[in-house]
Write a protein that binds this ligand. Sequence first.
Ligand SMILES: *[C@@H]1O[C@H](CO)[C@@H](O)[C@H](O)[C@H]1NC(C)=O
Ligand SMILES: *[C@@H]1O[C@H](CO)[C@@H](O)[C@H](O)[C@H]1NC(C)=O
Ligand SMILES: *[C@@H]1O[C@H](CO)[C@@H](O)[C@H](O)[C@H]1NC(C)=O
Ligand SMILES: *[C@@H]1O[C@H](CO)[C@@H](O)[C@H](O)[C@H]1NC(C)=O
Length: 373
Amino acid sequence: MLYFRTGSTWIYLVLLFFPNINAIRIIGQDVTATAGDDAELFCQVVETAETLTSIRWQRRTKEKPTNTDILIITSGGKQEYINGLRDRVKFAANFAGLNGSILLSSVTVLDEGIYTCIFSVFPSGPYETEVRLTVQVPPVVSVSADPPAVAGDSDVVLATCTAADAKPAAEVSWSLDVLNNSVKVQNTVTVDSEGRYTVKSSLIVNASVDLNQKKVQCEVTHPGLKEKLELSYTLNVHYPPQVVYINSAGDQGETREFQCEADANPKPTNFTWSRYFPDTLSRGVNSRLIIQLNPDSNGLYYCVASNQYGKSVGSLYMHVKQSSESKTCWTLYIITVIAGVCCFLIWKFNLFQQFIKRLQCNSGDPVSTESLD
Ligand SMILES: *[C@@H]1O[C@H](CO)[C@@H](O)[C@H](O)[C@H]1NC(C)=O
Ligand SMILES: *[C@@H]1O[C@H](CO)[C@@H](O)[C@H](O)[C@H]1NC(C)=O
Ligand SMILES: *[C@@H]1O[C@H](CO)[C@@H](O)[C@H](O)[C@H]1NC(C)=O
Ligand SMILES: *[C@@H]1O[C@H](CO)[C@@H](O)[C@H](O)[C@H]1NC(C)=O
């Protein structure tokens, strides 16, 4: 020591020529890990020929803001785990190689904090450095529409994509294809006491029937996700019955079954069948109607289909042809009608009278008349 005090110029010379003498350095490295993964906390001594006697790790977190020991490794290879991390912290490096890195498994947000590694080197003393562990939490992603949009409503939420409880906040966007002109996107971000962010992105529209069943995609990116998440979602817009159809559902012997169908969302729940309003045939949840196959059933049938938003009506004209037993009757009837029409025409053009005349003139044998001339 005296030696050094004698002249500062001389010390400078020594440092210039031997700049590494006793310049022990500790190298650490900040690390970011995804929750659930293992984190390697890297720490190493370089440039010393002195003896390493122990490596001590401490940490301070949001929960415990003062430095607390978590692991001590001594030269004999003895490891001492403190503060309940025993199962999760592992010294996996090389003591002799002056490598003090540790592995912390299954990290959670609670592990986030500052880790200090302290190398005790004999005789020059302890050296330390700090390493920051950042834990990122990938979002929990979902798309929903609750309550569903109803056609006709203006500025309503059509769908909401939620990227919940992420650290840092996730980025949420939509792939809307043809819809992007008619849709507004509204984002909200909230953060909880643990520093986790929830991003909600809503599609705001003036709801119309044509938006129903259209497909959109919510896209979420986050550093904790290996790749971009893409969630497909089929839009659900509720609307009252639009067009109502009555279709034949097949004959069963003497009867025929009709099915009432409607374009509606949700599907109609309530059907009212009638024939020549307001002659109600049935009312209720039954979309089917059974009709006897005989001419008495002929006529116009109506089905009013409804859901919670409204109703609409469809109709069908039903004509049952005569059965085979009455075919003879029909033939006679047709002949009578044709005969009647013919008579009418003949009378109208005086053909009838001419015919009578001709009958009168030509009475007798035409051949004998000829021979008289
Ligand atoms: C220190 O040890 C860790 C864990 O075994 C290893 O991943 C790392 O590469 C080592 N560092 C050096 C410089 O050898
Ligand atoms: C709508 O989307 C298409 C294709 O993604 C894009 O080319 C177009 O610019 C968008 N229009 C608007 C108004 O954002
Ligand atoms: C809905 O219609 C209103 C009035 O026409 C308009 O001001 C509003 O911007 C529309 N909203 C959307 C999302 O297009
Ligand atoms: C059918 O709809 C009417 C009103 O339109 C309602 O009063 C009735 O309860 C409904 N019937 C059934 C079975 O849902």
